[in-house]
Every structure is written in C-alpha cells, then in structure tokens.
Design a protein around this ligand. Structure first.
Ligand code: C2E
Ligand code: CA
Ligand code: CA
Ligand code: CA
Length: 279
C-alpha cells in the first residue's frame, strides 16, 4: 500500500510540475504577445428581436499564439490576471475596440453601443478613468456609444477599492454600465440599482435550452420582468438556436447575442455585417 501511495504521490507531483511549467510558459508567451502586439479584437453583434435593430457589439479579445494557434480567453485571461498583465491587455483591447467603433461612427454605420469587458484588476488601476476618457477623446467616440460589461462580484465588492466612485464618474459622462453573467454571482435583483446599472446580461447557462428547460425559462422570465419594472435593459447571451430565440421573444426578453445571430468576427467581417444592416 505504501509503495502504491508513493507512486500516486509522484504521479501527482509530476502532473503538477508539468502544469506549473505550462503556466510559466504561457506567462512568458503572454508577455511576448503584449510586446509584439499579438492580441486582436473580435466583434459580436447584439440585436433586438422585435425590430431587428442593432443594440450593440461586444468586443472580445483574441490571441493567436505563434505555435499553438488560437488560445481562448477562458484559458489565458486567468493566467494573465494572476501575472498582473490583465490591465495592459485590457487597455490594448479597449484602444483597438474604441478605434474600430469610432470608424463605424464616422462612416455612419449603425452599431448601437460598443460593449467592452472590464475586469476588476483593470478597474482598480488608479488611472483607469483618465485613460478611458482620453481614449474616447482621441478616437472621437462619444461616451454614449460605449458600454462597460462588468461581472457582479466586481461591482459589489468595491467600497474599499474605490471602484464605485469611479463607475459613478464614468456613468455620469454617459458611458453605460452593465452587469455581465447575471445570475451566476452574488447579486440579486434587490441589489440592482437602476441609478447605477443600465443593462443586465443574462448568463448563457440560463439561456441554453430555454425552450426545453422549464427552470431556465422561469429564471429568465423573472429577471426580465423585474428588470422591466426597474427600467433596466436586458440582454440574453449565448442564444444558439431558433427555438431559444422564439422562447426569449415570447418571454419578452428583447435583446439577444449568440451564435444564432452571429459569431464573434474580426473587424473587417464585423464591419461588413454591420454595413449590410445599416439603413
Ligand atoms: P463573456 O463576457 O460572457 O463573453 C461571451 C462569451 O460567449 C464569448 O466567449 C463568446 O464568444 C461566447 N459566445 C457568444 N455567443 C455564444 C453562443 O451562442 N454559444 C456559446 N457557446 N458561446 C457564445 P469568449 O470570446 O471565448 O470569451 C470568454 C470570456 O472571456 C468572456 O465571457 C469574458 O469573460 C472574457 N473576455 C473576453 N474578452 C475579454 C476582454 O477583452 N477583457 C476581459 N476583461 N475579459 C474578456
Ligand atoms: Ca461579456
Ligand atoms: Ca457574459
Ligand atoms: Ca458568460
């Protein structure tokens, strides 16, 4: 038994060693990617189901690794966060996304609002607000054309870090704020304040199979009705099928984003998609 136990132990430490090595390699690759401008931004449309108009476009970071191909943000963002690199990557994404949206804006392409994901570590940077306003100003994008997608936990655990006052300033300038992945964190609708939040984004897990799953349908209905009562917009993310879209429509959840509408696209393709739908 002892021998077996020892073998198990060394198996695990070997696994762990490889995992750590892999992590450290990715950390180095992330630093190199920042230096070599290897991060790009894809854009995914958000539409209104009732009138077909474009409600917004979400910017999503993409990393094309020289050897490993595309690495998903789900894999590299947690590592970049731990290594302290997320503020820099976030700024790269913010700059590229705002510049692209500003060019849509200049050429009269309808895109609703540009939605950019912002993590807690980015918001905690002391000069985040100044950086954001400078970015908008330089690009010539009105603050009203930007929305920040922030997860619930960041908005709630803020008092000490000063995030709340930053967000108030940003919102006072006209930028919209939204709660991303709504329903997965700690916020309940009783904590959602229409004086602070413009839109709730219902997490994909509640949208998936909404046509078949009665619990999901009830959750989305409840969030939709309460949000409407509070005067907050609502959007469902990750709608993959026509059936999910018609369930959302019948519930009255008007705005959607998902593969059933469009995949995240590189800038050239996103521009064509938007142009084709501009009145
Ligand atoms: P998220 O903010 O919830 O973004 C939505 C994710 O769902 C995106 O994954 C998008 O590609 C994917 N998606 C959209 N429609 C569908 C659908 O119909 N079905 C399915 N299965 N998925 C769909 P992505 O691009 O891999 O990003 C994953 C997460 O990484 C994002 O989740 C967000 O939390 C984070 N992220 C992405 N870009 C950025 C960024 O620039 N900054 C920060 N801070 N986080 C980002
Ligand atoms: Ca998001
Ligand atoms: Ca989300
Ligand atoms: Ca999500």
């Amino acid at each position: 038994a002892k021998k077996h136990g020892g073998g198990t132990f060394s198996f695990f430490s070997e696994e762990l060693r490889r995992e750590l090595e892999h992590r450290k390699q990715l950390e180095r690759d992330i630093a190199a990617a920042i230096a070599h401008d290897a991060f790009s931004v894809y854009f995914q449309p958000q539409v209104s189901l009732t009138n077909g108009s474009i409600a917004g476009v979400e910017a999503l970071v993409r990393w094309h690794h020289p050897e490993r191909g595309m690495i998903s943000p789900g894999e590299f963002i947690p590592i970049a966060e731990k290594a302290g690199d997320m503020p820099r990557i976030g700024r790269i994404v913010m700059r590229k996304a705002i510049q692209e949206a500003a060019s849509w804006y200049r050429t009269g392409i309808q895109f609703g609002r540009l939605a950019v994901n912002v993590s807690g570590t980015e918001l905690r940077e002391p000069d985040f607000t100044r950086f954001l306003f400078a970015m908008l100003e330089d690009a010539g994008l009105p603050p009203q054309k930007l929305s920040l997608e922030i997860v619930e936990s960041v908005i709630l655990d803020d008092e000490k870090t000063g995030i709340a006052s930053k967000l108030r300033m940003i919102r006072a300038a006209g930028v919209h704020l939204e709660l991303d992945d709504f329903g997965t964190g700690y916020a309940s609708l009783t904590h959602v304040n229409p004086n602070e939040i413009d839109r709730l984004k219902i997490d994909r897990r509640f949208v998936q199979n909404i046509n078949l799953n009665d619990d999901n349908s009830k959750i989305v209905r409840a969030i939709t009705e309460l949000a409407r009562g509070l005067g907050i917009s609502i959007i469902a993310e990750g709608a993959e099928t026509e059936e999910e879209l018609s369930s959302l429509l019948s519930i009255g959840c008007d705005q959607v984003q998902g593969y059933s509408i469009a995949f995240p696209m590189p800038d050239t393709q996103a521009r064509e998609w938007l142009e084709a739908r501009s009145p």
